[in-house]
Design a protein around this ligand. Structure first.
Ligand code: F6P
Length: 360
């Protein structure tokens, strides 16, 4: 008989398509193994008070696999572990309160679904003795130790579709269209969507760019009769010797908000090439909508494996995709790191071999 009898499940950080599919898999596999599930609302905040969670049964998760967002709500305002919070029992340190309530709620395990920030908080709770298993989530695909996070495939599929649509209008008007995609400090979405969409230039944070090189490539296209071009720009890309484009500086527990490089690139390319140029920011559209079948399957496998790890007492681990297997890695080995696109990535080298410029 498993010593795990009642588990909590929570989602933290920015949402990603597939969160609900993980919740569904956790609830169904736990309940089928005789384990009760409690859905914690708004990430770890669900541990602050009794009223911020609800029991979840297979009935409650029926039909949610195809839904974007998260039925539990989420928070991405940084690590509150040592913050002081007002509770119904007076002022408490956030971490202390969550640990106290975890026990008062009769929980014996926790599944924390989130990105680096959420996994970092999970790691701190593990060190305080809370039995936690992490599930990596982010459309950015920048968590180390797993080849894929769910949400990434959906974001890439959306961005690819957008690039396809922009191609036809770019060609009709003989324009350059610049498409800015998400990804924070990693260029995975830009690289994959750029290649899948047949972009002519892809600018990623891992390769600071020179727009003179990009403009030269676009002029070459004009010379051989392709009078339009698509340029994909990762939000975290920046010019060699230059700076990131920010929508908002970091403040308090809020991280900096990236954005705006697409417009800057479009303005400069217009001047350098003399061509009419437009820019589009795909933004949060990349985070919404139904997950692709790949992400549904990955999310389902992650959720099932997380419950298995809790039942086996494998606490402090994160489920991870190491094709073709789902494996467990210590959360301590992955937090605080960012998986970026290696310069010798075969996809990057293949794109270059096909004539795509990265501005270097
Ligand atoms: O990490 C996921 C992500 O979508 C990034 O690609 C993006 O920079 C950020 O979150 C946007 O966050 P917010 O929801 O705070 O605008």
């Amino acid at each position: 008989m498993s010593p795990i009898s009642r588990i909590g499940v929570l989602t933290g950080g920015g949402d990603a398509p597939g969160l609900n599919a993980v919740i569904r898999a956790v609830v169904k596999s736990a309940c089928n193994a005789g384990i009760e599930c409690l859905g914690l609302e708004d990430s770890f905040d669900g541990l602050l008070e009794f009223g911020r969670s609800r029991p979840l049964t297979p009935h409650d998760v029926r039909g949610i696999m195809r839904l974007g967002g998260t039925i539990l709500g989420t928070v991405n305002t940084g690590n509150p572990f040592t913050a002081v919070v007002q509770t119904s029992d007076g002022l408490r340190q956030y971490g202390d309160r969550c640990v106290e309530m975890f026990h008062r709620m009769g929980l014996s395990g926790l599944v924390a679904i989130g990105g680096d920030g959420t996994l970092g908080i999970a790691h701190q709770f593990c060190e305080r003795g809370i039995p936690i298993v992490g599930v990596p989530k982010t459309i950015d695909n920048d968590i180390v130790g797993t080849t894929n996070c769910f949400g990434f495939d959906t974001a890439v599929a959306f961005a690819t579709d957008a690039i396809d649509r922009l191609h036809t209008t770019a060609e009709a008007h003989r324009r350059i269209i610049v498409v800015e995609v998400m990804g924070r400090y990693a260029g995975w979405i830009a690289l994959h969507a750029g290649v899948a969409g047949g972009a002519d230039a892809i600018l990623i944070p891992e390769i600071p760019f020179d727009l003179h090189i990009v403009a030269e490539r676009l002029r070459e296209r004009d010379n051989f009769g392709a009078h339009f071009s698509i340029v994909v720009v990762a939000e975290g890309a920046y010019p060699a010797g230059g700076k990131l484009a920010l929508l908002e500086e970091a403040s308090g527990r809020r991280v900096e908000r990236l954005g705006g490089m697409g417009l800057k690139v479009a303005e400069s390319l217009s001047k350098l090439t003399g061509k009419e140029t437009r820019s589009v920011v795909l933004g949060h559209l990349q985070r919404g909508g139904a997950p692709t079948s790949f992400d549904r399957v990955l999310a389902t496998r992650f959720g099932g494996k997380a419950v298995e790890l809790l039942r086996q007492g494998e606490f402090g681990k994160m489920v991870a995709f190491a094709p073709p297997d789902i494996v467990a890695r210590p959360i301590a080995d992955v937090v605080g790191k960012t998986k970026i696109v290696p310069r010798d990535s075969d996809l990057l080298l293949t794109a270059k071999a096909l004539g795509v410029t990265f501005g270097d």
